[in-house]
Design a protein around this ligand. Structure first.
Ligand SMILES: Cc1cc2nc3c(=O)[nH]c(=O)nc-3n(C[C@H](O)[C@H](O)[C@H](O)COP(=O)(O)OP(=O)(O)OC[C@H]3O[C@@H](n4cnc5c(N)ncnc54)[C@H](O)[C@@H]3O)c2cc1C
Length: 368
């Protein structure tokens, strides 16, 4: 699976992805092609048309996508396969799975997950988007911010408050909302520092009615579904970051071996090669922590501490690595024509999105 993903990335992503960075999204033909190869069904049980693999497979997949050097492409794909789709795969009813999974696996339907709001990011329990009972369905009102695949995606899993009486974490539910549902609009396509080939939206829900059978999982149990899925999300984001960091070191090694200064290759400078050696050691350590946490998850063990360690450690590490890689590329590292420049910008989100470093450290500290 690793070599198949790497071949796809080398042949069908890297030669074209500069254009996607400029257009701001990954073409649907590319996503359909990934679906046809089977990449989107890695975690889906065989009875629903997938191959039924576990968290380690998701990590290897994300790591290889990360090596593409195009974080926006990686985000587009893993948000679909590992951040959004699990809501249906894990908590959906048999009917819901049969309705949506085939399209999600083939790439005909691209999914998004909408939890974050203008006034609630790290603090998920503070969301205010509401879903009020209306006949045999629910009316959703509110707005969601920074939603990956929110502009071009087709099915959005939305966290909304179904019980206004109870405070914080209780009273939240998840709804599957097709993008063409009346009342769901993209209020803004957001411009951003990195991940430029990934589309990011602000979504508005006004009088947005969905039938009862679009409720995913337990009514009022949505907060716990989000917390459950965060574990896979954080692992997979960590895996992408490991792929990016490892590839950045390889690119920098190639550069410093060829680039001469003061009569010799930069690689001859002990300060340069020792710094890169230390970063490589850290990336190798981070990868083993990642695989260990994924393996624990695969065994069904509680791995919240280890997963939080992965997200905290690797989210910071990839930024340290890219800082040094830009440094050793000199002026070239600052030029848009160099992949390192893009990777440096793309890396910044890893210590913020899907659980900021400080939030992860609190999760670890609670378990110390
Ligand atoms: C490009 C991009 C794509 C995204 N995609 C999605 C998506 O598809 N779906 C979705 O729902 N969300 C998405 N997000 C949202 C993302 O998960 C949030 O930005 C993230 O959870 C942080 O929330 P916030 O931005 O509201 O920051 P805040 O919660 O306001 O926090 C700001 C900063 O304060 C610090 N901080 C926060 N809490 C603590 C604490 N307890 N202790 C100490 N310091 C703390 C951290 O440094 C944090 O970065 C995306 C964001 C970006 C930028």
């Amino acid at each position: 699976m690793r070599s198949q993903t790497r071949r796809f990335v080398d042949d069908e992503v890297v030669p074209h992805a500069d254009a996607w960075e400029r257009s701001g999204s990954v073409p649907r033909e590319v996503l359909r092609r990934m679906g046809s190869i089977g990449f989107f069904g890695l975690r889906v049980p065989e009875e629903y048309g997938g191959v039924g693999m576990g968290p380690l497979a998701s990590c290897v997949f994300a790591e290889e996508l990360g090596r593409s050097t195009f974080g926006g492409f990686t985000a587009t794909v893993i948000v679909h396969t590992d951040l959004a789709m699990p809501y249906l795969r894990i908590f959906g009813s048999d009917d819901q799975k049969r309705r949506w999974l085939p399209g999600l696996i083939s790439g005909e339907i691209i999914s998004a997950i909408a939890v974050t709001e203008p006034d609630a990011g790290s603090d998920v329990a503070a969301i205010r988007t509401a879903a009020r009972r209306d006949g045999d369905g629910f009316v959703i009102e509110g707005s969601k911010l920074y939603i990956t695949n929110g502009v071009h995606g087709d099915l959005v899993f939305v966290a909304a408050r179904t019980d206004p009486e109870v405070k914080s974490s209780r009273g939240i539910s998840i709804f599957a909302v097709p993008r063409d549902t009346d009342g769901l609009t993209v209020s803004r396509a957001l411009d951003k520092l990195g991940w430029r080939s990934s589309d990011t939206a602000e979504l508005s829900f006004q009088d947005c009615w969905v039938p009862e059978d679009h409720l995913i999982g337990e009514r009022d149990g949505g907060f716990y579904h989000v917390m459950h899925n965060f574990q896979n999300e954080r692992l997979v984001l960590g895996a992408a970051a490991i792929g990016e960091a490892a590839k950045a070191i390889e690119l920098t090694l190639e550069y410093v071996r060829g680039r001469r200064a003061f009569g010799e290759p930069l690689w001859s400078k002990q300060a340069v090669r020792q710094r890169l050696a230390m970063r490589l050691a850290e990336v190798d350590a981070g990868r083993q922590l990642l695989y260990h946490a994924a393996w624990l998850q695969e065994q069904g063990e509680d791995a919240v501490r280890e997963v939080s360690e992965v997200k905290a450690y690797v989210g910071e590490l990839v930024n340290r690595v890219l800082y040094d890689c830009v440094q050793f590329h000199g002026g070239m590292g600052y030029m848009a024509e160099s992949p390192i420049e893009r990777m440096f910008r793309d890396a910044r989100i890893h210590s913020i999105g899907g659980g900021a470093t400080e939030v992860m450290l609190e999760e670890i500290a609670k378990r110390m």
